[in-house]
Design a protein around this ligand. Structure first.
Ligand SMILES: Nc1ncnc2c1ncn2[C@@H]1O[C@H](COP(=O)(O)OP(=O)(O)OP(=O)(O)O)[C@@H](O)[C@H]1O
Ligand SMILES: [Mg+2]
Length: 272
């Protein structure tokens, strides 16, 4: 059985990744992602209360914060799965908050997204899940697709599990397949929700290395939501700590460590 949340998310066909395409409206040297004054509430609950963040090409931003603080909501708002109540989201300079679905889908083609619970297609094998975006958005032949899928799965250490179904995988394995799918089309922007949660330390380290490699080789902009401070320290150029709906502090790990804000130092100590 697929969880209701996953069903909704998988309903968006672009849940994996889609090829990078140039869209009109963008600006050449604009940051990959620029968020200004983002607000999002659910009923009377204010979750995002004025988020400002910028991520440049080749840059990795780690987003930290307590459970329930709005990290997953933030990622979903960035790829347009949820609409913000107000505020601006610019992807390579193009404002996306007022776009219709077709135009939004074009922008989504630049982004790879790994959901918090991987959200694989239950009825498709590992191989078919990773091939899905290739089938849909490229002109690759079946044999080219097979080669690319093998390469992607090898990158996440899953090359021996091609024929397995998602229900036959552990949570960590599902994550890795989700990551391979998110990378299938070499997106310019990668959004990862807890990529190393549920993984053993060695596999976590391998995923971190993979993210670093992609950042260097493909100049990819990444936003990585994580509870894993060690991982944040390893992969991120900058860290943003969300608290009470806003970015409480933003900077390098060293800068955060120097903060005399009580919540910041408690957060860093508790999770390290
Ligand atoms: N579709 C929704 N409808 C109502 N409330 C929602 C919805 N999505 C998220 N929320 C609420 O928004 C808040 C933030 O949720 P979110 O999933 O972003 O937290 P999180 O920071 O990702 O937490 P975790 O670290 O546990 O994954 C929670 O209180 C959650 O219940
Ligand atoms: Mg979350």
């Amino acid at each position: 059985m697929m969880a209701p949340q996953q069903e909704v998310l998988v309903g968006v066909e672009e849940s994996g990744a889609i090829p990078a395409v140039e869209s009109s409206g963008g600006e050449r040297d604009a940051p990959a992602v620029a968020l200004r004054g983002l607000h999002r509430s659910f009923g009377s609950q204010i979750v995002l209360n004025g988020i400002d963040l910028t991520v440049g090409s080749g840059e990795t931003l780690a987003v930290l914060g307590r459970s329930g603080t709005g990290k997953s909501v933030l990622l979903k708002v960035i790829i347009g799965l949820q609409k913000p109540d107000s505020g601006s989201i610019r992807i390579h300079g193009e404002e996306i908050t007022r776009l219709d679905l077709d135009a939004l889908n074009e922008i989504r083609k630049k982004m790879g997204f790994l959901f918090e619970h991987a959200a694989l297609y239950d009825s498709l094998s590992v191989e078919q899940n990773v091939a899905f975006p290739l089938k849909r958005h490229t002109k690759m032949t079946a044999s080219e697709q097979r080669d690319r899928v093998k390469e992607l799965l090898a990158a996440v250490g899953m090359e021996n599990d091609l024929k397995k179904m998602p229900s036959d995988l552990s949570g960590g394995m599902q994550k890795r397949v989700g990551l391979a799918r998110a990378l299938a089309l070499e997106p310019g922007i990668l959004l990862l929700d807890e990529p190393t949660a549920g993984l053993d330390p060695i596999t976590s380290g391998e995923i971190d290395e993979l993210i670093l490699k992609l950042q260097e080789e493909h100049d990819m902009a990444s936003i990585v939501v994580t509870h894993d401070l060690h991982s944040a320290k390893t992969i991120a150029d900058r860290i943003a700590l969300l608290h009470d709906g806003t970015v409480l502090i933003e900077g390098s790990f060293k800068e955060l460590e120097k903060s005399d804000d009580e919540f910041v130092s408690e957060f860093l100590q508790r999770d390290s």
